[in-house]
Ligand binder design. Structure first.
Ligand code: PEP
Length: 255
């Protein structure tokens, strides 16, 4: 049986240090009220500038710390970048890689994602590798080929063991739009991803790899999504910035 993972992607939010601390403290308080499920993990992927304060605020908590990006080299003349080596120093355990916003707004390619992932793995960070089709690709029946291609290329030269990688299926048309993919279809694509991991690695690794769904996840959608055989959790954007909503997502996904 695989664990459940709920990961928050704060994106470029919130805009003040105080709000960031309040958000973390609020989530900690809400989680304490619920009975813990030892098979569930919660990760907060915060903007890089808040990593230090988040590391301190999460001391002694079971909530894990995540980053939203890392560079494809460990160090050197790469102004403005942050490396996996540095993230590890701040107690970061997870890093979101290949998010559709990075791919579409910052020109990130599968090849770059593969290199970033290799460096993250070398520094014992768990990549949360994002893949997903655009609306146009879906409408042209390209979903499966796009996903398979993204998985194959983004994992090239990556040594995966079933515990050191998380994959998030995030249909681009569902991110931040309020439109969720039906849980049947999300489960089908997550199953396709698992089958591809099996082809690239092994059945054992595929069975252990956590595959999340992301795209307008809310407290009202999570229960149904989590009942599906190939969905092991969620990557949550907007709803992770609202303490009670995020707490409900955690609570409902733990059942
Ligand atoms: C995301 O940022 O990965 C995401 C899924 O966002 P939202 O939940 O807001 O759609």
């Amino acid at each position: 049986m695989r664990n459940k993972l709920i990961a928050a992607n704060w994106k470029l939010n919130p805009t003040s240090r105080l709000e960031a601390v309040n958000l973390i403290e609020g989530i900690k308080t809400e989680i304490k009220k619920t009975s813990k499920n030892p098979r569930q993990e919660v990760v907060l992927c915060v903007p890089a500038i808040y990593l230090g304060l988040a590391q301190s605020a999460l001391l002694g908590s079971e909530i894990k710390l995540g980053a939203q990006n890392s560079y494809l080299e460990e160090k050197g003349a790469f102004t403005g970048e942050i490396s996996a080596l540095m993230l590890a120093e701040f107690g970061v355990q997870y890093v979101v890689l290949g998010h559709s916003e990075r791919r579409s707004l910052f020109g990130e390619t599968d090849e770059m994602v593969s290199k970033k992932s290799q460096i993250a793995l070398r520094n014992n960070l768990i990549p949360i590798l994002c893949v997903g089709e655009s609306l146009e690709q879906r409408e042209n029946n390209l979903t499966d080929s796009v996903i398979i291609s993204q998985i194959t290329k983004s994992l090239e030269n990556n040594k995966i063991n079933g515990k050191n990688l998380v994959i998030a299926y995030e249909p681009v048309w569902a991110i931040g739009t309020g439109k969720t993919c039906s849980s049947e279809e999300a489960n089908r694509v997550c199953g396709l991803i698992r089958a591809e991991v099996q082809k690239l690695y092994s059945e054992e690794i595929a069975n252990q790899t956590l595959i999340l769904y992301g795209g307008s996840v809310k407290a009202s959608t999570i229960e149904e999504q989590m009942q599906k055989s190939d969905i092991d959790g969620a990557l949550v954007g907007g709803a992770s910035l609202v303490i009670e909503e995020f707490a409900q997502i955690i609570l409902k996904s733990a059942k």
